[in-house]
Design a protein around this ligand. Structure first.
Ligand code: ZN
Ligand code: ZN
Length: 358
């Protein structure tokens, strides 16, 4: 099997042959057909979150189940599935409260991967989908109906689930609320679609790339603002009854965007942190403003996503034409060109680049 291995953080991925062990109890082995590149993969590759190497990242994927371990029911070899990093035990404190995205259960952590010399390779983000085959916990796969192509379906495993869910689930934005979304990558553009779905108005989309602003407008943003525009906060305020948005979603993990959001939200409004910054990033908050303004700060992990519950609903929206997925795919590359595909994502001009295995 071929895979893209991160031998050390901050270096190019190396394309190598690997062996993939059979699935243990409650696990499934999946032939990966397509895997998107998410910013979390890049943060790991660049060392922003540390972690051991060598490692295989990739966690926004789709493929076909090759074999199943003991105790797996409801999934069979041959099933078409999306493969994501969210896994849930079903029994822990959080799972029992419907917070599967925060599952604190314990799982078999042995990596299925070994390289050509027989040394173990870490399964990054519990998924390891920059490989032609991987083994994941059964809760990490959701069956995709035959009429839905695997390439767009793969985006549901992370970016779309996260962006759409931050608006629709974490913040449960009421219809008629004003919303601003900072950052228009795969997560941000999915947040725009979540805002349209919940009936938010106006929907202000903010980024520095003109093509992404234009795309946000196509997806239903009522206003677009270039973040490099010096009067951006004033423009956003004017678009939102002169007071600022009810909700601001920060989909990128950089301090300038976080600070922009805190300066933009209205009194009584809510800032939702969606994008994951590198470890250690912090910012200053004027607590007086927060208390006096009755403002709320909220975190959203993976859009409060529950794979088995949310992915089928998102597939239905896609089927009915109410959720754009194909348009989020910028380019498709073979595994051998994954470093070029990653460089393009880092440059900021593309939304989602996909690695195609089959
Ligand atoms: Zn991701
Ligand atoms: Zn759990």
């Amino acid at each position: 099997m071929r895979a893209a291995i991160c031998r050390s953080h901050g270096t190019r991925l190396s394309i190598e042959e690997i062996d993939v062990a059979p699935p243990g109890p409650d696990h499934v082995r999946v032939d990966i057909h397509v895997c998107a590149i998410c910013h979390s993969d890049i943060t790991y590759i660049d060392g922003g979150w540390g972690g051991p190497t060598p490692a295989i990242y990739g966690h926004e994927a789709a493929g076909i189940v090759e074999s199943i371990g003991k105790g797996v029911s409801g999934i069979e070899p041959g099933d078409r599935v999306i493969v994501g990093l969210l896994r849930s035990c079903g029994d822990c404190f959080h799972c029992q409260r419907g917070e599967e995205n925060l599952c604190s259960g314990t799982f078999a952590e042995t990596s299925p991967f070994t390289d050509a010399s027989g040394s173990a390779v870490v399964r990054g983000l519990n998924t390891g989908a920059f490989a032609a085959q991987t083994v994941v916990h059964r809760s990490q796969v959701v069956i995709v109906p035959d009429d839905v192509p695997l390439a767009p379906a793969s985006l549901l495993a992370c970016g779309v689930l996260t962006g759409f869910g931050a608006v629709a689930t974490t913040a449960s934005v009421p219809a008629g609320s004003s919303v601003a979304i900072i950052g228009l990558g795969g997560v941000g553009l999915s947040a725009v679609q979540g805002a349209v779905h919940t009936g938010a108005h106006p929907i202000v989309a903010i980024d520095i790339v003109p093509q992404k602003l234009a795309f946000a407008r196509e997806l239903g943003a009522t206003h677009v603002v270039n973040a490099t525009e010096p009067h951006r906060t004033k423009v956003v305020r004017e678009a939102t009854s002169g007071v600022g948005p009810d909700f601001v979603f920060v989909t990128v993990g950089v301090r300038s965007a976080i600070d922009q959001a805190l300066g933009m939200v209205r009194r009584g409004g809510t800032v939702v942190f969606v994008g994951m910054p590198p470890t250690g990033l912090s910012t200053e908050i004027e607590v007086t403003n927060l208390a006096d303004g009755s403002q709320t700060l909220m975190g959203s992990k993976m859009g409060s996503g529950r794979m088995a519950h949310d992915v089928p609903r998102l597939i239905e929206l896609y089927r009915s034409g109410d959720l754009v997925l194909d348009g989020l795919i910028s380019h498709t590359y073979p595994l051998e060109e994954i470093n070029e595909a990653i460089a393009e994502v880092k440059a900021g001009e593309v939304v989602r680049n996909l690695i195609q295995f089959v």
